[in-house]
Design a protein around this ligand. Sequence first.
Ligand code: ZN
Ligand code: ZN
Length: 132
Amino acid sequence: MEVTGGCLCGAVRYGYSGEFLRQPICHCRDCQRWSGSAFHVGVMVPKSGFTLLSGELRTYRATGESGRWIDRSFCPVCGSGITHVLEVRGPDIVVIKAGTMDDPSVVVPNVEIFTRAKLPWVSIEAETEKHA
Ligand SMILES: [Zn+2]
Ligand SMILES: [Zn+2]
């Protein structure tokens, strides 16, 4: 895959070249807060294919229920979340927020996690593997 994307204000631009690994939807409370929405949609990729083309990212480290950290990075100008890195997956894997891609339709979610926190009115039509 070859994708480009960026934040709402345009300061941050990035490119990614390589395969898509897992394409998770996360229903956890932290992702609801971080996204300001019902769930988070991401694409897990090898960090080696990810290039920041312009702007800078600021990072907020949060510790999840598991006690492991997640570094969530965003544009410091407009606040758009761009990527996160999970301690549990290691520093060589980055999760790109699907909505920041110039063409988010290339993302096909294939796994849902923290479905125990899924809001009752959310219905996902993609075929996904589900984890409570
Ligand atoms: Zn921005
Ligand atoms: Zn989450």
